[in-house]
Write a protein that binds this ligand. Sequence first.
Ligand SMILES: [Zn+2]
Ligand SMILES: [Zn+2]
Length: 245
Amino acid sequence: MVSAIFWEIVAFAVFGALSFAFHDRQDQPLIRRDFILDAIYFLAGLLVYTQFLGWLFAHVSPPAAVRIVGRWPLWVQAVVLLVVYDGLQYGLHRWFHGAWFWPYHAVHHSAEEIDILTGNRNHPLNFLLGVGAPTALLLLVGFSPEAFAVLAPINFVMACLVHANLNWTYGPFRYVISSPMFHRWHHAIVAGSQSRNYAPNFPVWDLMFGSFYMPVGEKPLAYGAPEVPGHFIGQLIHPFRRSNA
Ligand SMILES: [Zn+2]
Ligand SMILES: [Zn+2]
């Protein structure tokens, strides 16, 4: 847990420093208005989700008949897992934007200023279905916990990178790896643009299924989900309020 806090602080410092030179939002302070809120999400997630994932890795294993994947070399498992996990999360993310799940997922979209801490702002049910379910499924299929461990630093860096206050698009590589601007368009309040750019790491999923959106020379004007309350408890109960039914 101490190392997770250490790396979160390192990422905050590194991407914060980069944002002074390559910002998307020049007027966004390093310690922004929702800094405490997103820090609470980070610490709560660290306390609860790491225990939950640890339990999954210790207790979910494939039936004997499907232990083939577990015999692959670790690097093969890790590469396949990286791609398959991304594809599963792409599909789930599209579903999160449907009417039924949106009140839960809107919590993540409620940030009006976005930086690396925003990646932690997820409703518990969003985490359970967006991370817990695909992890359990892929453990059942036979991927080893060690393969997930290889991926963990990659997914951490990517989650920080795509939420950083950076104007990077990667130019021609915008179709290959998710960039900060790729994900900023996903968070943007623009008619239709929150229905785009669902892929965590590889925009190829969006290209394949017609949801890629990065207009050249344009920047999103505003981020957020105005219907979501601005405080932690309000966000936890937001999906259960009568007005969302
Ligand atoms: Zn989304
Ligand atoms: Zn996001």
